[in-house]
Design a protein around this ligand. Sequence first.
Ligand code: COA
Length: 372
Amino acid sequence: MTTSSKGLEGVVATQSSISSIIDDQLTYVGYKIDDLAENSSFEEVVYLLWNLKLPNKSELDAFKSELVDNMTLPEAVIDHLRSYDLSTVHPMAALRTAISLLGLYDEEADIMEADANKRKALRIQAQIATIVTAFSRIRQGKDPVQPKKGLSYAANFLYMLNGKDPEDIEEEAVNKALVLHADHELNASTFTARVCVATLSDIYSGVTAAIGALKGPLHGGANEQVMKMLTEIGEEDNAIPYIKEKLDNKEKIMGMGHRVYRNGDPRAKYLKEMSRQLTELTGQPKWYNMSVKIEDYIKEHKGLPANVDFYSASVYHSLGIDHDLFTPLFAVSRVSGWIAHILEQYDNNRLIRPRAEYIGPKKPEYVAIENR
Ligand code: COA
């Protein structure tokens, strides 16, 4: 057997029509991320990822309504969220469990026909926003808020989170963040989802597994860690000494670096600009200024670019979103990509089962237990 590639770097593990990263350019179904970030609603992007074509106006309107119509959670899931001490539970752990639980209340959970899978896809995409926002409300001692017809997906997220209609700029920021996070080729959580369903396991299992992978700080968990770092730094002048010390201690700077991009993450510039605008608007430009200093320093000294998580931290903070909800919000978007990949995997499935290069002991002599 040939040697292994640590972290599967450089390994092309599947063919896909959903998204691509070529020469540092990201596309969804061939459309440039810039065009989508500047023009599209999140619902339009989800439709694109699932149908491999952009919707026309009536298709989009129908899809938007279907999403809102499916946002309400089974009462049992709400009861479950109320049943444990949310002050000690990380919302990503709660989300992982709640999605799995949702499967128990879906009569079609184990029906593998394509139409049933599409209906489940819609329900999961709709309900994941409700789970995250209900979690947040319940732990604040408040009741979950029902979704509002006529609001966009992004606006409904904020509405269910805060119990009031969002400002336009808030809705735009969340919409853009959702568009930018929706899919990203064979990232760790998407690969996890594909590995899971390639056994012909169900869609809820695939999404649950993916949430587990996204939770880690080297993947989706990085955005929360970025805000933790910025909070620890506190003031602009502390930024560089803090970063120098981290680097001297061989610690990683969260939100920096990427396995695939070498010259920069094409999503980062949109989040950077949103961060500039929103931190200005909230009278806290220090978060943006500090981030720019860190980005420039890491670029100069390590040659590493900022990734999607770096500026999303100060964007979400400026929107008043709790720091531990940053990664769940990433999941609310990325579930659209997971589902697209799960459906694509089902369409042309083969079990994913790579090999390991064995580096353990070579044929040691077996010693009877009484002689060891
Ligand atoms: N801060 C400091 N150094 C970093 C770094 C970071 N964020 N990311 C990579 N490096 C350095 C490593 O220390 C290593 O240096 P060395 O060769 O001197 O040991 C080198 O760059 C390669 O790093 P490695 O972890 O092997 O790269 P990778 O391709 O496996 O990892 C990430 C990619 C994204 C996991 C990595 O860049 C990282 O941990 N970033 C921080 C977490 C993050 O933001 N994750 C979200 C990704 S969207």
